[in-house]
Design a protein around this ligand. Structure first.
Ligand SMILES: Nc1ncnc2c1ncn2[C@@H]1O[C@H](COP(=O)(O)OP(=O)(O)O)[C@@H](O)[C@H]1O
Ligand SMILES: [Mg+2]
Length: 236
């Protein structure tokens, strides 16, 4: 059985019908890259899984337990971590206080991340641990958001465009972290605009178009499907 299962998921913003019946399964230790053009519904899918946009139909289950219909906080407590597109830090708290806010025990058997590991990945955060998060650069806030989510010891991590606006050196580190997350048994659903990165880290690729999944396969299979890239990914 897959760790995260989404079946027939629909979501609306008011009268706008955005997600049109999404079916996906993510096994443990698997990194899935979710691709698609801007506006295709990738962020909405992550929000619907998190309960931030309540699904209007369909189910989301984690290890067979139903999540759809629960509040975001409850969904997070059950083991889904979320790194939103907009870097949400508590600006008046220090870096270390922000990290402490994220700590949760996590489920039994789940890899436990430590503050030390976070500082090893991102020494810059360690240097700035007593600085208020509001004074960090955008890239530093992004690192902070990723680390705070990891300290919640999630079983599944949803990450929305983590490398957006980051310097190439930091992008490399973020990729390494994502690969390590997968190695630790956590499932990752990654929305990533940079195709080379998305294909490099993922075992599975899904492409979204107009609120539906229009392709699912391995990075190699996507490579061998130029029509998918032409119709759903490249900017015309
Ligand atoms: N808060 C919102 N209210 C109304 N429409 C929205 C909202 N957020 C996104 N949308 C619309 O939903 C569609 C999907 O958006 P989104 O999920 O953000 O796509 P992506 O992340 O793939 O760029 C777009 O047409 C967008 O304009
Ligand atoms: Mg988005």
């Amino acid at each position: 059985m897959s760790l995260l299962e989404v079946k027939g998921l629909h979501a609306h913003y008011g009268k706008s019908h955005i997600l049109h019946g999404i079916d996906m399964e993510i096994p443990e230790s698997t990194i899935v890259s979710l691709l698609g053009r801007n506006g295709s519904g990738r962020s909405t899918l992550l929000k619907a899984i998190m309960g931030l946009v309540p699904p209007t139909a369909g189910t989301v289950t984690l290890d067979g337990r139903l999540l759809a219909g629960q509040r975001p906080y409850g969904i997070c407590r059950q083991g889904i971590g979320y790194v939103p597109e907009e870097r949400l830090v508590f600006p008046n708290l220090t870096v270390e206080e922000n990290l402490a806010m994220g700590v949760q025990k996590g489920a039994r058997g789940v890899h436990r991340w430590s503050l030390g590991e976070m500082y090893d990945y991102f020494p810059r955060l360690k240097e700035r641990r007593t600085i208020r998060a509001g004074y960090l650069s955008g890239g530093e806030q992004q690192m902070l958001t990723i680390c705070r989510s990891l300290l919640g010891n999630p079983r599944v991590l949803l990450i929305d465009e983590p490398t957006e606006g980051l310097a190439p050196k930091i992008v490399e580190v973020v990729m390494e972290v994502i690969l390590d997350i997968g190695r630790c048994g956590v499932a990752v659903l990654l929305v990533e605009q940079k195709l080379t990165i998305a294909l490099k880290v993922a075992q599975q690729v899904m492409v979204m178009g107009h609120g539906e999944l229009v392709f699912q396969g391995t990075p190699g299979e996507l490579d061998a499907a130029p029509e998918v890239r032409r119709n759903w990914l490249e900017v015309a």
